[in-house]
Write a protein of this length. Structure first.
Length: 338
Protein backbone atom coordinates (compact mmCIF):
# COMPACT_ATOMS: atom_id res chain seq x y z
CA UNK A 1 0.00 0.00 0.00
CA UNK A 2 1.39 3.37 -1.02
CA UNK A 3 2.14 5.73 1.82
CA UNK A 4 2.22 9.51 1.73
CA UNK A 5 4.05 10.00 5.01
CA UNK A 6 7.12 12.16 4.66
CA UNK A 7 10.35 10.37 5.57
CA UNK A 8 13.61 11.94 6.67
CA UNK A 9 15.06 11.16 3.26
CA UNK A 10 12.45 13.47 1.74
CA UNK A 11 13.97 16.40 3.60
CA UNK A 12 17.38 15.90 1.99
CA UNK A 13 18.39 18.75 -0.32
CA UNK A 14 17.28 17.76 -3.82
CA UNK A 15 20.29 19.57 -5.28
CA UNK A 16 22.76 17.45 -3.29
CA UNK A 17 24.80 14.90 -5.28
CA UNK A 18 23.13 11.52 -5.68
CA UNK A 19 25.03 9.16 -3.39
CA UNK A 20 23.40 5.75 -3.91
CA UNK A 21 21.42 4.01 -6.64
CA UNK A 22 19.64 0.81 -5.60
CA UNK A 23 19.05 -1.48 -8.62
CA UNK A 24 16.50 -4.31 -8.37
CA UNK A 25 15.69 -6.54 -11.38
CA UNK A 26 12.16 -7.97 -11.12
CA UNK A 27 10.37 -10.62 -13.16
CA UNK A 28 6.86 -11.84 -12.36
CA UNK A 29 6.99 -10.60 -8.76
CA UNK A 30 3.49 -9.08 -8.58
CA UNK A 31 3.02 -10.13 -4.94
CA UNK A 32 6.51 -9.14 -3.84
CA UNK A 33 7.07 -5.77 -5.50
CA UNK A 34 4.80 -3.78 -3.15
CA UNK A 35 6.27 -5.16 0.09
CA UNK A 36 9.72 -4.83 -1.49
CA UNK A 37 9.35 -1.09 -2.00
CA UNK A 38 7.91 -0.72 1.52
CA UNK A 39 10.88 -2.55 3.06
CA UNK A 40 13.39 -0.53 1.06
CA UNK A 41 11.79 2.76 2.10
CA UNK A 42 11.75 1.65 5.73
CA UNK A 43 15.38 0.52 5.60
CA UNK A 44 16.55 3.77 4.00
CA UNK A 45 14.53 6.09 6.24
CA UNK A 46 17.56 7.30 8.18
CA UNK A 47 20.04 7.18 5.30
CA UNK A 48 21.59 10.67 5.37
CA UNK A 49 22.38 11.05 1.65
CA UNK A 50 20.32 11.26 -1.54
CA UNK A 51 19.43 7.88 -2.98
CA UNK A 52 17.25 6.48 -5.74
CA UNK A 53 15.51 3.18 -6.40
CA UNK A 54 15.61 1.67 -9.89
CA UNK A 55 13.27 -1.23 -10.57
CA UNK A 56 13.98 -3.06 -13.84
CA UNK A 57 10.95 -4.97 -15.10
CA UNK A 58 12.42 -7.80 -17.14
CA UNK A 59 9.42 -8.45 -19.37
CA UNK A 60 7.02 -9.55 -16.63
CA UNK A 61 3.81 -11.19 -17.83
CA UNK A 62 1.78 -10.56 -14.67
CA UNK A 63 0.86 -7.37 -12.77
CA UNK A 64 4.41 -6.64 -11.59
CA UNK A 65 4.78 -3.45 -13.64
CA UNK A 66 1.30 -2.19 -12.71
CA UNK A 67 1.96 -2.74 -9.00
CA UNK A 68 5.38 -1.12 -9.22
CA UNK A 69 4.02 2.02 -10.92
CA UNK A 70 1.67 2.60 -7.98
CA UNK A 71 4.70 3.77 -5.99
CA UNK A 72 5.77 6.48 -8.44
CA UNK A 73 5.30 9.83 -6.72
CA UNK A 74 5.56 8.28 -3.27
CA UNK A 75 6.78 10.80 -0.70
CA UNK A 76 10.49 10.56 0.03
CA UNK A 77 11.12 8.06 -2.78
CA UNK A 78 13.02 8.81 -5.98
CA UNK A 79 11.82 5.89 -8.08
CA UNK A 80 12.60 4.95 -11.67
CA UNK A 81 11.07 1.93 -13.37
CA UNK A 82 12.87 0.63 -16.44
CA UNK A 83 10.55 -1.51 -18.54
CA UNK A 84 12.40 -3.87 -20.87
CA UNK A 85 10.78 -4.82 -24.16
CA UNK A 86 10.86 -8.55 -23.34
CA UNK A 87 12.50 -10.96 -20.92
CA UNK A 88 16.27 -10.65 -21.45
CA UNK A 89 17.37 -12.43 -18.24
CA UNK A 90 18.64 -11.22 -14.88
CA UNK A 91 22.09 -10.27 -16.14
CA UNK A 92 20.77 -7.98 -18.88
CA UNK A 93 18.20 -6.48 -16.49
CA UNK A 94 20.95 -5.77 -13.97
CA UNK A 95 23.05 -4.16 -16.71
CA UNK A 96 20.09 -1.96 -17.71
CA UNK A 97 19.71 -0.79 -14.11
CA UNK A 98 23.43 -0.10 -13.74
CA UNK A 99 23.44 1.89 -16.98
CA UNK A 100 20.48 3.95 -15.72
CA UNK A 101 21.94 4.54 -12.25
CA UNK A 102 23.35 7.98 -11.50
CA UNK A 103 24.61 7.45 -7.93
CA UNK A 104 28.25 7.49 -6.84
CA UNK A 105 27.60 4.05 -5.36
CA UNK A 106 25.37 1.32 -6.76
CA UNK A 107 23.65 -1.40 -4.74
CA UNK A 108 22.00 -4.44 -6.32
CA UNK A 109 19.61 -6.94 -4.78
CA UNK A 110 16.96 -9.49 -5.77
CA UNK A 111 13.30 -8.60 -5.93
CA UNK A 112 11.95 -11.72 -4.21
CA UNK A 113 12.24 -10.38 -0.61
CA UNK A 114 15.00 -12.87 0.28
CA UNK A 115 17.65 -10.15 0.50
CA UNK A 116 17.16 -7.73 3.39
CA UNK A 117 17.43 -4.01 2.45
CA UNK A 118 18.19 -3.22 6.11
CA UNK A 119 21.73 -4.46 5.35
CA UNK A 120 22.33 -1.78 2.71
CA UNK A 121 23.27 1.22 4.93
CA UNK A 122 25.71 -0.88 6.97
CA UNK A 123 27.20 -2.35 3.79
CA UNK A 124 27.73 1.13 2.37
CA UNK A 125 29.48 2.17 5.59
CA UNK A 126 31.62 -1.00 5.51
CA UNK A 127 32.63 -0.44 1.89
CA UNK A 128 33.76 3.10 2.70
CA UNK A 129 35.51 2.05 5.93
CA UNK A 130 37.54 -0.66 4.18
CA UNK A 131 38.05 1.46 1.04
CA UNK A 132 36.71 -1.28 -1.22
CA UNK A 133 35.40 -1.09 -4.77
CA UNK A 134 33.01 -4.02 -4.33
CA UNK A 135 31.39 -5.45 -1.20
CA UNK A 136 29.58 -8.77 -1.63
CA UNK A 137 26.89 -10.10 0.69
CA UNK A 138 27.51 -13.47 2.34
CA UNK A 139 24.31 -15.42 3.10
CA UNK A 140 25.91 -17.31 5.98
CA UNK A 141 22.54 -18.53 7.27
CA UNK A 142 20.94 -19.16 3.89
CA UNK A 143 17.20 -19.94 3.92
CA UNK A 144 17.08 -22.27 0.90
CA UNK A 145 16.81 -26.00 0.24
CA UNK A 146 19.93 -28.02 1.02
CA UNK A 147 19.98 -30.41 -1.95
CA UNK A 148 18.82 -28.18 -4.81
CA UNK A 149 20.26 -24.82 -3.73
CA UNK A 150 22.88 -24.95 -0.97
CA UNK A 151 25.05 -27.90 -2.05
CA UNK A 152 25.30 -26.82 -5.73
CA UNK A 153 26.06 -23.28 -4.51
CA UNK A 154 28.85 -24.48 -2.20
CA UNK A 155 30.43 -26.46 -5.03
CA UNK A 156 30.15 -23.55 -7.44
CA UNK A 157 31.65 -21.10 -4.93
CA UNK A 158 34.62 -23.40 -4.35
CA UNK A 159 35.27 -23.86 -8.08
CA UNK A 160 34.89 -20.16 -8.86
CA UNK A 161 37.30 -19.23 -6.09
CA UNK A 162 39.90 -21.74 -7.27
CA UNK A 163 39.69 -20.72 -10.92
CA UNK A 164 39.33 -16.95 -10.58
CA UNK A 165 41.54 -16.43 -7.53
CA UNK A 166 38.88 -14.26 -5.84
CA UNK A 167 38.17 -15.98 -2.52
CA UNK A 168 34.58 -15.40 -1.42
CA UNK A 169 32.07 -17.54 0.47
CA UNK A 170 29.04 -16.58 -1.61
CA UNK A 171 29.33 -15.55 -5.25
CA UNK A 172 25.60 -15.97 -5.87
CA UNK A 173 24.29 -13.35 -3.45
CA UNK A 174 22.76 -10.49 -5.45
CA UNK A 175 23.12 -8.06 -2.55
CA UNK A 176 26.28 -6.15 -3.48
CA UNK A 177 27.61 -2.60 -3.20
CA UNK A 178 29.79 -1.17 -5.98
CA UNK A 179 31.55 2.04 -6.75
CA UNK A 180 29.75 3.24 -9.85
CA UNK A 181 32.97 4.22 -11.62
CA UNK A 182 34.20 0.61 -11.32
CA UNK A 183 31.12 -1.46 -12.16
CA UNK A 184 30.38 0.70 -15.20
CA UNK A 185 33.69 -0.45 -16.66
CA UNK A 186 32.36 -4.02 -16.67
CA UNK A 187 29.90 -5.17 -19.34
CA UNK A 188 27.65 -7.99 -18.15
CA UNK A 189 26.60 -10.55 -20.73
CA UNK A 190 24.86 -13.93 -20.90
CA UNK A 191 24.14 -15.17 -17.37
CA UNK A 192 27.33 -13.78 -15.90
CA UNK A 193 25.80 -11.80 -13.01
CA UNK A 194 26.85 -14.54 -10.57
CA UNK A 195 30.48 -14.00 -11.62
CA UNK A 196 30.54 -10.23 -11.12
CA UNK A 197 33.37 -10.36 -8.53
CA UNK A 198 35.52 -12.20 -11.08
CA UNK A 199 34.81 -9.59 -13.74
CA UNK A 200 35.52 -6.76 -11.30
CA UNK A 201 38.81 -8.48 -10.43
CA UNK A 202 39.80 -7.87 -14.04
CA UNK A 203 39.46 -4.12 -13.44
CA UNK A 204 40.78 -3.69 -9.88
CA UNK A 205 43.01 -5.78 -7.55
CA UNK A 206 41.20 -8.57 -5.71
CA UNK A 207 42.27 -6.87 -2.46
CA UNK A 208 39.64 -4.21 -3.17
CA UNK A 209 36.86 -6.82 -3.19
CA UNK A 210 35.41 -7.89 0.15
CA UNK A 211 32.42 -9.60 1.70
CA UNK A 212 30.11 -9.09 4.65
CA UNK A 213 27.59 -11.36 6.37
CA UNK A 214 24.02 -10.37 5.49
CA UNK A 215 20.53 -11.51 6.43
CA UNK A 216 18.72 -13.96 4.18
CA UNK A 217 14.99 -14.70 4.30
CA UNK A 218 12.96 -17.62 3.01
CA UNK A 219 10.99 -16.86 -0.13
CA UNK A 220 7.55 -15.56 0.83
CA UNK A 221 5.77 -15.23 -2.53
CA UNK A 222 5.91 -16.84 -5.96
CA UNK A 223 8.31 -19.52 -7.10
CA UNK A 224 12.08 -19.58 -7.57
CA UNK A 225 13.27 -18.91 -11.11
CA UNK A 226 16.13 -21.39 -10.63
CA UNK A 227 16.32 -25.16 -10.45
CA UNK A 228 18.92 -27.89 -10.43
CA UNK A 229 19.59 -27.22 -14.13
CA UNK A 230 21.28 -23.99 -13.07
CA UNK A 231 24.22 -26.08 -11.78
CA UNK A 232 25.09 -27.22 -15.29
CA UNK A 233 24.78 -23.68 -16.66
CA UNK A 234 27.09 -22.45 -13.90
CA UNK A 235 29.73 -25.00 -14.92
CA UNK A 236 29.55 -23.87 -18.56
CA UNK A 237 29.62 -20.21 -17.53
CA UNK A 238 32.59 -20.92 -15.29
CA UNK A 239 34.56 -22.28 -18.24
CA UNK A 240 33.69 -19.12 -20.15
CA UNK A 241 34.82 -16.98 -17.23
CA UNK A 242 38.13 -18.82 -17.07
CA UNK A 243 38.66 -18.26 -20.79
CA UNK A 244 37.70 -14.58 -20.74
CA UNK A 245 39.72 -13.76 -17.64
CA UNK A 246 42.90 -15.26 -19.08
CA UNK A 247 42.50 -14.89 -22.84
CA UNK A 248 39.84 -12.22 -23.49
CA UNK A 249 42.28 -9.79 -25.08
CA UNK A 250 44.52 -12.50 -26.60
CA UNK A 251 42.40 -15.51 -27.68
CA UNK A 252 45.09 -16.39 -30.22
CA UNK A 253 47.33 -17.49 -27.33
CA UNK A 254 44.73 -20.02 -26.17
CA UNK A 255 44.04 -21.58 -29.56
CA UNK A 256 47.65 -21.16 -30.64
CA UNK A 257 48.92 -23.04 -27.58
CA UNK A 258 46.56 -25.93 -28.33
CA UNK A 259 47.62 -25.87 -31.97
CA UNK A 260 51.32 -25.90 -31.17
CA UNK A 261 50.83 -28.74 -28.67
CA UNK A 262 48.94 -30.85 -31.21
CA UNK A 263 51.52 -29.96 -33.85
CA UNK A 264 54.38 -31.11 -31.62
CA UNK A 265 52.68 -34.47 -31.03
CA UNK A 266 51.95 -34.82 -34.76
CA UNK A 267 55.58 -34.06 -35.60
CA UNK A 268 56.86 -36.75 -33.22
CA UNK A 269 54.42 -39.33 -34.63
CA UNK A 270 55.27 -38.55 -38.25
CA UNK A 271 59.04 -38.48 -37.57
CA UNK A 272 58.78 -41.92 -36.00
CA UNK A 273 56.85 -43.22 -39.01
CA UNK A 274 59.40 -41.61 -41.38
CA UNK A 275 62.21 -43.41 -39.56
CA UNK A 276 60.27 -46.67 -39.57
CA UNK A 277 59.52 -46.42 -43.30
CA UNK A 278 62.75 -45.14 -44.83
CA UNK A 279 65.35 -46.38 -42.33
CA UNK A 280 63.85 -49.63 -41.09
CA UNK A 281 62.05 -50.41 -44.37
CA UNK A 282 58.70 -51.28 -42.78
CA UNK A 283 55.33 -50.70 -44.46
CA UNK A 284 53.34 -47.92 -42.75
CA UNK A 285 50.50 -47.48 -45.26
CA UNK A 286 47.96 -49.44 -43.21
CA UNK A 287 49.09 -48.43 -39.74
CA UNK A 288 46.53 -46.46 -37.64
CA UNK A 289 49.36 -44.29 -36.31
CA UNK A 290 49.71 -42.70 -39.74
CA UNK A 291 46.09 -41.56 -39.69
CA UNK A 292 46.50 -40.30 -36.11
CA UNK A 293 49.53 -38.24 -37.10
CA UNK A 294 47.76 -36.70 -40.09
CA UNK A 295 44.65 -35.85 -38.05
CA UNK A 296 46.79 -34.26 -35.33
CA UNK A 297 48.66 -32.20 -37.93
CA UNK A 298 45.43 -30.96 -39.53
CA UNK A 299 43.98 -30.19 -36.08
CA UNK A 300 47.09 -28.19 -35.26
CA UNK A 301 46.72 -26.08 -38.41
CA UNK A 302 43.01 -25.59 -37.67
CA UNK A 303 43.65 -24.46 -34.08
CA UNK A 304 46.32 -21.97 -35.11
CA UNK A 305 44.06 -20.61 -37.86
CA UNK A 306 41.17 -20.33 -35.37
CA UNK A 307 43.45 -18.39 -33.03
CA UNK A 308 44.30 -15.89 -35.75
CA UNK A 309 40.61 -15.42 -36.60
CA UNK A 310 39.75 -15.05 -32.89
CA UNK A 311 42.39 -12.32 -32.56
CA UNK A 312 40.87 -10.44 -35.52
CA UNK A 313 37.34 -10.77 -34.06
CA UNK A 314 38.50 -9.64 -30.60
CA UNK A 315 40.18 -6.53 -32.03
CA UNK A 316 37.02 -5.70 -33.99
CA UNK A 317 34.88 -6.21 -30.87
CA UNK A 318 37.00 -3.91 -28.70
CA UNK A 319 36.97 -1.22 -31.39
CA UNK A 320 33.34 -1.28 -32.48
CA UNK A 321 31.10 -2.91 -29.85
CA UNK A 322 29.09 -0.50 -27.75
CA UNK A 323 25.62 -1.99 -28.16
CA UNK A 324 23.62 -2.94 -25.05
CA UNK A 325 22.37 -6.49 -24.50
CA UNK A 326 18.83 -5.30 -23.74
CA UNK A 327 16.12 -3.06 -25.23
CA UNK A 328 14.26 -0.53 -23.06
CA UNK A 329 10.61 0.00 -23.92
CA UNK A 330 9.99 2.90 -21.52
CA UNK A 331 11.29 4.49 -18.33
CA UNK A 332 8.78 5.65 -15.71
CA UNK A 333 9.69 8.16 -13.01
CA UNK A 334 8.23 10.91 -10.86
CA UNK A 335 7.94 13.32 -13.81
CA UNK A 336 5.01 11.39 -15.30
CA UNK A 337 2.99 12.19 -12.18
CA UNK A 338 4.05 15.81 -12.03
Amino acid sequence: MQTTTESPSAAIDASAPLELSLVVPIFNEEESVGPLVDRICSAMTNYPQRWELILVDDGSTDATLVNARKHIGRAGLALKIVELQRNFGQTAAMQAGIDTAAGRLIATMDGDLQNDPNDIPSMVAELERRELDLLVGWRKNRQDGLLLRKIPSWCANYLIGRITGVKLHDYGCSLKIYRSSIIKQVKLMGEMHRFIPAWVAGVVPSSRIGEMVVTHHARAHGQSKYGISRTFRVILDLLSVMFFMRYKARPGHFFGSLGLGLGAIATLVLLYLFFDKFIMGNDIGTRPMLMVGIVLLLSSVQMITTGILAEMIARTYYRDDASPNYIVRQIFDRSENA
